[in-house]
Write a protein that binds this ligand. Sequence first.
Ligand SMILES: Nc1nc2c(ncn2[C@@H]2O[C@H](COP(=O)(O)OP(=O)(O)O)[C@@H](O)[C@H]2O)c(=O)[nH]1
Ligand SMILES: [Mg+2]
Length: 345
Amino acid sequence: MFKIFKKKDNKNKDNNESLAENSALEQARSENQVTQAPKVVSVAGKKLDVQLEKSRQGFGKKVKNLFSVNKTIDDDLFEDIETTLLMADVGAKATVDIVEKTSQSVKRNNLGNTQEVYYALMNHMLDLAQTVENPLVVDTTKQPYVILVVGVNGVGKTTTIAKIARKFKQEGKSVMLAAGDTFRAAAVEQLKTWGEREDIPVVAQSTGSDSASVIYDAMSSAKSRNIDILIADTAGRLHTQSNLMQELGKISRVMKKNDETAPHETLIVVDGGTGQNAISQIKEFNNTTKLSGIAITKLDGTAKGGVLFNLAKEFGIPVRFIGVGEKSTDLKTFVAKDFVEALLG
Ligand SMILES: Nc1nc2c(ncn2[C@@H]2O[C@H](COP(=O)(O)OP(=O)(O)O)[C@@H](O)[C@H]2O)c(=O)[nH]1
Ligand SMILES: [Mg+2]
């Protein structure tokens, strides 16, 4: 295991001056915050605990166990924190960031109590998670507001679409789905089944038809029926499938013929259990089509749960939703405090 803490810690010593350059406001904010548990008061939190049970028992407990009362606050402790974060898919950059800031808090505040170090760690993880907390707000001047959903195969695109559609419908908005995955035989049927179950109209053509034209037709149909939100499914694709990646470009271009401001949201869906793969998927798709939001699925199925910090540090693209189960109700708007509390609290 490489020793990020030690390496970076030496650098910190060199950088004491730049530390002092932090604005007074920033310092006051962090001084006051880091030594106490993050204030988490949330109705959603309770349920999320249960849905994130695997990560809570895996990642969360491992972190907590590092801070037993008789533990000394030394390099070994920071190395253990670093290893635990890396093992939980937090990724090297985010791990360095979190561990470095925690170590700075320890020095600056002269922390001698492991519980305070634990809170400092939690607060720095929360800070990072908050950088990508930016819920999807539907611009009601767009009619319809178009959400294009992309990602590789099997990550949960179609399921997430059904969940999001249900959520909007419950908020009183009218929703329509476009079956833009015309590639896989069962894909259209899968979306139609969700539509029937949630009582949401689905615009579809047969398998093999042109995805861009299905979505274009759905936009026209949504417009004429005064639908608020149109969510377009697409076929799963890998960056190596250049024809399919080009198709994404075509979908966007054809959409713009209907509404030059569309798509209003391009949401990539990634499987929260796939670690570094999720990072490379976002990188590849972002090269082809400008992503505006991320949905992380299957967080109920992983004992790691740290990928969110990794992609927060790597991209800063808003995490709109997290998927925490297979049912249409198993979707949460991403709220950093709820998430960090459910994971580590
Ligand atoms: N446990 C769990 N399973 C999920 C979640 N989201 C999707 N799935 C499952 O993942 C599988 C693939 O989902 P699907 O929506 O067809 O993926 P797509 O190929 O990206 O459209 C299905 O069995 C879903 O039930 C989630 O948040 N948690
Ligand atoms: Mg699908």
